[in-house]
Design a binder for this molecule. Structure first.
Ligand SMILES: Cc1cc2nc3c(=O)[nH]c(=O)nc-3n(C[C@H](O)[C@H](O)[C@H](O)COP(=O)(O)OP(=O)(O)OC[C@H]3O[C@@H](n4cnc5c(N)ncnc54)[C@H](O)[C@@H]3O)c2cc1C
Length: 509
């Protein structure tokens, strides 16, 4: 058993920023971060656009950012949370800068503010198109300087240790030794990020399998808003299920057309703004076209555009297409909508507290009330920064209780059991991803959801039985977690009676 004061599960922006602050405040306390891959692997690292923060109050104002967030959330945001997160942005930005993160500036020395869909003003602070990479770099450097923080890479959290609605830490599988270790902690922070790989087609890296939310659910924590999932309309299609390269909205802004395989420019059939309709409408329209045609993808046609100007504006996209044999001067780019962000998660109050005592959640795995039915672009990094600070502030006056777990720890290593065949798990994962895309994806169908629920229950029982008789592995637990998340999404989609934000349920195709 490893004993620590603060156990942080996840090394993205949410987990690392909490760790830095608490370590600085209490140099005599022990902070342990466990993370399932290399420490920098996270959704954070891939964030492109930036962080939405009001920094220039001549043109912009907190009220405008609040209004934009509320409009996007379609009536389901918690207004007090929205106000709190937005007004605290500048303080959190100052901290990031003090930790060494660099953000783009204009010639006059002001922040170079980007504008994204749904924002009425330019307010997105960024570092080129690699904001997340820069933030992760800077905060990891800070973490490495703190002697009381231990980062344990390739430790996969399996389950929380709980008793009488009280959290005492977590069990984690060390991927190299295959040993399960109990981490006993005074306070546990879930910062495990998103769920993208449940859908196969996703902009998220492979770590995004919803583990933290599934663990919290097994421990009876309250989970909310799982039906609200954001899909990005245009990710580069390849036949593999896996992380997808984003073809930025700006390419459509530059004049590219969306076409079916037969060449029809279909967006005009759905919205008079055509290709520049909002993200959810473009995603829903593509989804309907794919279901009607049975094709795997639609196409972005850039062949009529000025090639030199395109290469100047989008050098990375041009090169990426070229590397997979697409000459954008002659070829259409195959694209599909891809899962991008989860608005729901482990429900927390304004201090980041979950419904389980001494368990906190922060970042994409949490549901704070900021996003409501749809996330405003670039509000998620901000939410993680503000809530990691809220948890820190809440915990400052709370003394270490020295209240060890008195129950019996699970013995995960007691017998050498056979390994599950990797092919078996891979096949079920592919079937799960297809089921989620078809039945619980961008547009959900009333009649299909109960069928999906039934199938998910069959898979859940099958995997639970297998885990009793076979060796525990990351692949096995990730699959169990993804099935659990799939069941939550399907159930919450059945329960929701009205279409809101990014959620659309119809009777039939
Ligand atoms: C391509 C892309 C572009 C984006 N662009 C933007 C943007 O411009 N602006 C914006 O605000 N947001 C953006 N987002 C969203 C934003 O990046 C994420 O919501 C945010 O970074 C989440 O941070 P996090 O700390 O909650 O989770 P993450 O950064 O995903 O970190 C999760 C951590 O938990 C670990 N983990 C997970 N499960 C386990 C387990 N079982 N055991 C141990 N460790 C585990 C992971 O390994 C990882 O270290 C983007 C996301 C993507 C994918």
């Amino acid at each position: 058993m490893i004993v620590t004061n603060y156990l942080i599960i996840g090394s993205g922006v949410a987990g690392l920023t909490f760790a830095i602050k608490i370590a600085e405040r209490f140099p005599d306390r022990k902070i342990t971060i466990i993370t399932k891959a290399n420490e920098d692997e996270s959704n954070t690292k891939y964030a492109q656009g930036g962080i939405a923060i009001v920094t220039d109050e001549t043109e912009d104002s907190y009220q405008k950012h609040i209004d934009d967030t509320l409009i996007c959330g379609d009536g389901l945001c918690d207004i007090e949370v929205v106000k709190m997160v937005i007004t605290e942005g500048p303080k959190r930005l100052k901290e990031l800068i003090a930790w060494g993160a660099k953000f783009g500036k204009t010639d006059k020395g002001n922040f170079d503010l980007g504008k994204e869909g749904g924002h009425s003003q330019n307010r997105v602070i960024h570092h080129k198109d690699q904001t997340g990479y820069e933030i992760e770099r800077a905060i990891l450097e800070q973490v490495h300087q703190k002697e009381n923080i231990t980062v344990l890479n390739h430790y996969f959290a399996l389950d929380l240790i709980t008793q009488n609605n009280y959290c005492f830490g977590a069990y984690a599988l060390h991927e190299r030794t295959k040993e399960v270790i109990a981490f006993q902690s005074d306070f546990t922070i879930l910062a495990t990020g998103g769920i993208g790989h449940l859908y196969g087609h996703t902009t998220n890296p492979v770590i995004a399998t919803g583990d933290g939310i599934a663990m919290a659910f097994r421990a009876n924590a309250t989970i909310k808003d799982m039906e609200f999932i954001q899909f990005h309309p245009t990710a580069l299609y390849d036949s593999s299920a896996g992380s997808k390269f984003l073809i930025s909205e700006a390419v459509r802004g530059f004049g590219a057309y969306l076409r079916t395989q037969k060449g029809h420019r279909f967006m005009m059939d759905y919205d008079e703004r055509g290709e520049l309709a909002s993200r959810d409408i473009v995603s829903q329209s593509i989804d309907l076209e794919l279901k009607k045609s049975g094709n795997d993808c639609v196409y972005l046609d850039c062949t009529h555009l000025d090639l030199d100007a395109f290469m100047k504006h989008f050098p990375m996209i041009y090169e990426r297409c070229k590397s997979v044999g697409i000459d954008i001067a002659k070829d259409w780019i195959p694209v599909v909508p891809a899962q991008h962000y989860l608005c729901g998660g482990v429900s927390v109050d304004k201090n980041g507290k979950t419904s389980i005592k001494n368990l906190f959640a922060c970042g994409e795995c949490s549901q704070t009330g900021l996003h409501g039915a749809n996330r405003l672009a670039s509000n998620s990094l901000l939410e993680a920064l503000v809530y990691s600070d809220k948890i820190y502030e809440y915990l400052i006056p709370i003394s270490i209780e020295n209240n060890p777990f008195k129950g019996k720890l699970l013995d995960w290593n007691f017998a050498k059991k056979p390994e599950v065949q990797p092919d078996y798990l891979a096949k079920m994962k592919t079937e799960l991803q297809l089921l989620m895309r078809q039945n619980a994806g961008i547009v959900r169908y009333e009649a299909e959801l109960p069928k999906a629920k039934k199938q998910l229950l069959i898979w859940k029982n099958e995997i639970e039985d297998i885990s009793k008789t076979h060796q525990i592995s990351v692949a096995l637990y990730e699959l169990l977690n993804m099935i659990t998340i799939g069941s939550l999404i399907v159930q919450h989609s059945i329960d929701r009676k009205d279409n809101r934000g990014g959620f659309m349920k119809v009777n039939a195709l």
